[in-house]
Design a protein around this ligand. Structure first.
Ligand code: 0A1
Ligand code: ZN
Length: 882
């Protein structure tokens, strides 16, 4: 799982240059060049002699020539930053082998052999956090996508599936817990305080799903009995002091197991399921078979230290990784171009799960907000790629919002087109047909066609073409016939390498409202599959109000010609919660884009304040939804529509509009804050909703009356019984220059000192502040003793937050850009994957007005000129400059 927008020296011989550093232009790999492997590895046994400084690994591979391969007699084994210590074939010293770069070439005479390789690993100095590494004294692995080759030489590609047996041995006091994939087969004590364990995974898997953990861990244990009667031992492993914060993760795991049985008919298939939390992790979590490894951030939660958003994050990510057991592990990917096969589908599955666990419409709005803020900018920028990319240099760069979130939207469209029951038939067929295989996106589409009864011929373009389709809609009313015609156009914009695009099928749910009664005649599903298309409806005495793309059935940018009054109408009357939200967002967007062009429109501002007032008053909507409706569109989304623009002007316009609403609705906001503050803490929807609107009320008030907001925020902070209220209050206070600010910032640190996840929040809260001095603060925080460039969560909490703070990052001086570029240069040799994730922020220069764009480009050029850039960063920078 990617980290929602989510930290020296090599892993191998410390003297060797890290293989992430490529002196030459990295090679491009093309999807169309796929060939089956020449050799298969049906079985592998791994024997680890564990140590933090030195771990010895002996791998024994049963290799067989692939009857479907090209007959190459040489076994090609990938390696990365490791060296061969010994190499044997069928028990004898190997002959004739050679190295090609970091890969091992071993000519083999027959069609089946046993190859034994010893490698030496250095976990303590592996700062890339790929392969085997040390985190807080424990050992753990990360192998997706290409980390296994940092452990041993292997055909490290997802279409080589093997049965794994893993033996590990080490000092018992240092590594009392020894875990790997599958089921524990045997364990025992050895001499000199050592002990060992053997793990056996009966399910053949690709190397990227291998995992090992060794360390001082304690477990929250439970059991789950599957629908088929298998009793599964569950454990969530954490460091000792963290045990009390694991209940929510365990509850989420059990709920996921049950939900996948009920919703997709998927049953768990081992006797054990282990989750381990580690604090140094590049991404959100990893679905290794039977041994999921998680960033602590998605495991640990209690009311005092985790917000409601964090609770949702834990539930969603635990679900996501668990669901991969079928969509990813039982059926894996043939090659990395098929990544969306497992990720898009699994994101959809986790979205549906979270919607079922909480509020469906609120979850839909949250998912669309993420899509618009993270994926739309990617799809219209230099790094745009189809959900099934055609080429890559470094696969780590393709764990993107496009592959994950747009991938989920594409499968969601199939569900909309098929209907729920037929969709389930399609997924059942897919799981049946491809169980145990390394499959392709095409296999999924075909199963959907055959199982759900869809014709997806044209739909396949969603897999081929990058770019967010632009759709326009105009409605025309004919009084004489009582008909309404909706005129649509669609255009998929050009993206790098794809100048010409074809229309895609776009499922749109629409409803036509009668203005007087506020009702409609029933929702219809239209499918737009041509560049221009008209749909006519009859039986209208007056022009109706058109509600279109209800529930956001298609991931498009819609430009629907609608009068402000129609949007106000829909914001008040639409019975589709998403459409209601959308109408208000559109009205606000129109106003903000208008403001930066020609100043505010008083009438529209009045209409927005009035509509927002209705949102505050309406007792038909619950507070969770009210909180959503109170949030204004993000700067990232607005920039998509305004480009090229001055982001600071956009930000200021947004603040001024918030101020206008806040002034007009002051009394209502104060009343809402009072009401919500009286609701006691609970994890139920009402209590969570109360906390959400409480902070949203303060946010709006802060733009109108800083003194009142500061007093209320300080009181909210001081009386908070939970992190949601405390963080909300602190977020507001961080943007107000008042005496309480420094006092409470200091209090926050003192209160939570030593709790890494909360100290991450302390960094982010300050980097996110609406404060003119925020860049000084960030610079000072980078020198704070709690800051470390080696921990990805900490790096992201300070710098990714700043890069998302429009007023700070886009400071006219270019200082924000410079700070991000300095970070990339410092981080790249330490953790290339994390460094490369900062490039897209600078790569968006085409969306920004020319003065700032030139400064952004200059920073990209400075990065590009650095010697020895990693393949990860090199690919992103060069594409961003093209
Ligand atoms: N497959 C994981 C995401 C993931 C990818 C790469 C990683 O390497 C650092 C880690 C995790 C998921 O989708 O959950
Ligand atoms: Zn995933």
């Amino acid at each position: 799982m990617d980290i929602a927008t989510n930290p020296s020296n090599p892993a191998g011989n410390p003297e060797m240059a890290d293989a992430a550093v490529e002196p030459h232009d990295p090679a491009t790999i093309f999807r169309n060049n796929y060939t089956p492997p020449s050799w298969l590895v049906p079985e592998i046994s791994l024997d680890f002699d564990l140590g933090t400084e030195l771990t010895k690994c002996v791998a024994t591979l049963k290799v067989e020539r692939n009857p479907d391969g090209d007959g190459d007699q040489t076994l090609h084994l990938c390696g990365d930053n490791i060296a061969v210590m010994t190499l044997k074939v069928d028990g004898n010293d190997a002959e004739g082998w050679s190295m090609s770069g970091s890969n091992l070439l071993l000519p083999l005479p027959g069609s089946a052999h046993e190859v034994t390789i010893e490698t030496h690993l250095h976990p303590a100095t592996n700062s890339q956090l790929m392969g085997l590494y040390a985190s807080g004294g424990m050992l753990c692995t990360q192998c997706e996508a290409e980390g296994f080759r940092r452990i041993t030489f292997f055909p490290d590609r997802p279409d080589v599936l093997s049965r794994y047996t893993v033996r590990m041995e080490g000092p018992k006091d240092q590594f009392p817990v020894l875990l790997s994939n599958g089921n524990l087969a045997d364990s025992g004590d050895g001499a000199d305080g050592r002990h060992w364990a053997v793990w056996d995974d009966p399910w053949p898997k690709p190397s990227y799903l291998f995992a090992l953990v060794a360390g001082q861990l304690v477990a929250n244990r439970d059991t789950f009995t599957t629908c088929g009667g298998r009793k599964v031992d569950l454990a969530v492993w954490v460091r000792e002091g963290d045990l009390e914060r694991t209940d929510h993760a365990m509850r989420s795991l059990i709920a996921s197991m049950k939900w996948d049985e009920e919703t997709f008919g998927r049953e768990y298939d081992l006797d054990q399921f282990n989750i381990v939390a580690v604090s140094d992790f590049n991404m959100g979590a990893m679905e290794n078979k039977g041994l999921n490894i998680f960033n602590t951030r998605y495991v640990l939660a209690d009311p005092e230290t985790a917000t409601d958003g964090d609770y949702d994050g834990v539930e969603g990510v635990v679900g996501h990784e668990y669901f991969h057991n079928w969509s990813g592990n039982r059926i894996t990917c043939r090659d990395w171009f098929q990544l969306s096969l497992k990720e898009g589908f699994t994101v959809l599955r986790d979205q549906l799960f979270s919607a079922d666990m909480g509020s469906e419409p609120v979850k839909r709005i949250e998912d669309v907000r993420i899509l618009r803020a993270a994926q739309f900018p990617e799809d219209s920028g230099p790094l745009a790629h189809p959900i099934r990319p055609d080429s890559y240099q470094e696969i780590s760069n393709f764990y993107t919002a496009t592959v994950y979130n747009k991938g989920a939207e594409v499968i969601r469209m199939m569900k909309t087109l098929a209907g729920d029951d037929a969709f389930r038939k399609g997924t059942d067929l897919y799981f049946d047909r491809h169980d145990g295989e390394a499959a392709t996106c095409e296999d999924f589409i075909k199963s959907m066609e055959d199982g759900a009864g869809l014709d997806l011929t044209q739909f396949r373009r969603w897999y081929e073409q990058a770019g967010t389709p632009r759709v326009t809609m105009q409605s025309e009313f004919d009084q004489s016939t009582g008909t309404v015609t909706l005129h649509f156009t669609q255009k998929v914009p050009a993206t790098p390498g794809q100048p010409n695009k074809q229309p895609v099928p776009i499922p749109l749910k629409v409803a036509l409202f009668d203005r007087d009664s506020g009702t409609h005649t029933g929702e219809k599903l239209l499918v737009l599959d041509k560049a221009r298309q008209d749909f006519t409806f009859d039986g209208f005495a007056k022009p109706p109000v058109v509600s279109v793309n209800r529930a956001f059935t298609a991931p498009i940018q819609l430009d629907a010609e609608a009068h402000d009054d129609d949007l106000v109408f829909l914001a008040a009357n639409d019975d589709d919660a998403f459409a209601r939200y959308e109408a208000l967002q559109q009205l606000v967007t129109r106003e903000l884009l208008g403001t930066i062009e020609h100043g505010p429109d008083e009438k529209r501002r009045g209409a927005i304040a009035e509509a927002m007032g209705k949102v505050l008053d309406d007792d038909q909507i619950d507070d969770l939804m009210r909180g959503e409706l109170m949030m204004l569109p993000s700067i990232a989304f607005l920039l998509e529509l305004a480009a090229p623009a001055n982001p600071v002007a956009l930000h200021e316009a947004r603040e001024r509009l918030k101020g206008h609403i806040g002034t007009r609705l002051r009394d209502k906001l104060i009343a809402l804050h009072e009401r919500a503050s009286a609701v006691p803490y609970g994890l139920d929807a009402d209590a969570r909703g109360a906390r959400k609107v409480k902070t949203q009320a303060l946010v709006m008030l802060a733009a109108a009356d800083q003194k009142e907001a500061a007093a209320r925020a300080a009181a909210q902070y001081r009386t908070a019984t939970n992190m949601t209220d405390r963080q909300g209050a602190m977020m507001v206070l961080a943007g107000i220059d008042c005496p309480e600010r420094s006092e409470l910032v200091a209090d926050f640190h003192k209160r939570f000192e030593g709790n890494a996840l909360v100290i991450d929040k302390w960094f982010s809260l300050q980097a996110n502040a609406l404060d003119p001095k925020v860049l000084d603060t960030v610079e000072a925080l980078a020198k704070h003793p709690d800051f470390t460039i080696k921990n990805p969560n900490r790096v992201r909490s300070l710098y990714m937050t700043m890069a998302g703070n429009a007023a700070a990052f886009h400071d006219e001086s270019g200082r924000g850009y410079r700070m991000i570029a300095d970070l990339v240069l410092a981080l790249d040799p330490i953790n290339a994957q994390t460094a490369a994730r900062f490039i897209p922020a600078l790569g968006r220069w085409r969306k920004i007005e020319p003065g700032r764009a030139a400064l952004m480009r200059a920073e990209l050029e400075r990065i590009a000129a650095a010697p020895n850039l990693s393949k990860d960063t090199r690919e992103q920078v060069s594409k961003s400059l093209d």
